[in-house]
Design a protein around this ligand. Structure first.
Ligand SMILES: Nc1ncnc2c1ncn2[C@@H]1O[C@H](COP(=O)(O)OP(=O)(O)O)[C@@H](O)[C@H]1O
Ligand SMILES: [Mg+2]
Length: 253
């Protein structure tokens, strides 16, 4: 049974007929890395279907290929073979430029480290994706302010990243990912560097944004308590993706 068939079966059993449209689809993704000594195949055949508004956890032991998969799904890295469809459009059939534009408009990324630019204020950092998308500075700053407001940091707009706590930095990174109003959020261990309480706080903020903006999210996390609050969890194992078992969702990844 493929992942999408399994998801549909679950919907039917739950009495829902899977009305929600599919946002993201991966078909038979393969990714190999060639080094002088060997070829390492990290993803053997990955299928994935993510519906609109769905929040899905991505689990798997370290080094199994979670980050590689996230990068490919977001169009930042090429698969060796296979397809990624965003709203039915095959993203690797687009030119590099069109793919970058699509990513800028429709996909937000959050990483374990915040990756904010240290010399810019929180507000400017959040505005950067809009400026890249050629929005006027004034309009970009207005939108950035509203995104900072969404993560409860309107009073920190003028602070540089170095003047913010770890949790605040990560919230600025979330605001930056959300400012373009993406359909898809790809989060690679977004709370991995935070203490338990701050992690919960940042995670709840992502759940809240998901509710309010009807966003889809694929999130790598090693935190079983947080992962259990997502709609479902997938496990990447020996290059393929399958629903996580109960034991896997309880264990530290
Ligand atoms: N650019 C690369 N060249 C060669 N090997 C790579 C490259 N990127 C990742 N890998 C290898 O692919 C595997 C999966 O890495 P990664 O996706 O970062 O795993 P995870 O995020 O699950 O910890 C690892 O064995 C890693 O060493
Ligand atoms: Mg990783």
């Amino acid at each position: 049974m493929t992942d999408s068939e399994a998801a549909r079966a679950v919907d039917i059993i739950a009495g829902q007929d899977g009305e929600q449209p599919v946002l993201l689809e991966a078909q038979a993704l393969v990714k190999s890395f060639k080094t002088p000594a060997q070829t390492l195949t990290v993803l053997h055949s990955v299928d994935l279907t993510l519906k609109r508004g769905e929040m899905v956890g991505l689990l798997g032991v370290s080094g199994v290929g979670k980050s590689t998969l996230i990068q490919i799904l977001g169009g930042l890295d090429h698969p060796t073979s296979g397809k990624v469809l965003l709203d039915g459009a095959s993203i690797f059939d687009l030119s590099e430029r069109k793919r970058a534009a699509l990513r800028n408009r429709r996909v937000g990324f959050i990483y374990q480290s915040h990756r904010l630019l240290p010399e810019f204020s929180a507000l400017e950092n959040v505005a950067i994706p809009l400026m890249i998308g050629r929005m006027s500075r004034r309009k970009a700053m207005d939108r950035a302010r509203s995104a900072l407001n969404d993560v409860g940091l309107e009073k920190r707009a003028d602070h540089k990243p170095g003047q913010l706590s770890g949790g605040e930095q990560q919230r600025v990174a979330i605001a930056r990912a959300m400012v373009t109003e993406p359909d898809l959020l790809l989060a690679d261990e977004p709370t991995g560097n935070l203490d338990q309480k701050t992690a919960r706080n940042v995670f709840d903020m992502m759940l809240d944004l998901n509710q309010r903006h009807h966003l889809s999210c694929l999130m790598v996390t090693h935190n079983p308590e947080l992962a259990n609050d997502l709609d479902r969890q997938l496990f990447l194992d020996r290059g393929t993706l399958r629903p996580a078992t109960e034991a896997e969702t309880q264990a530290e990844g």
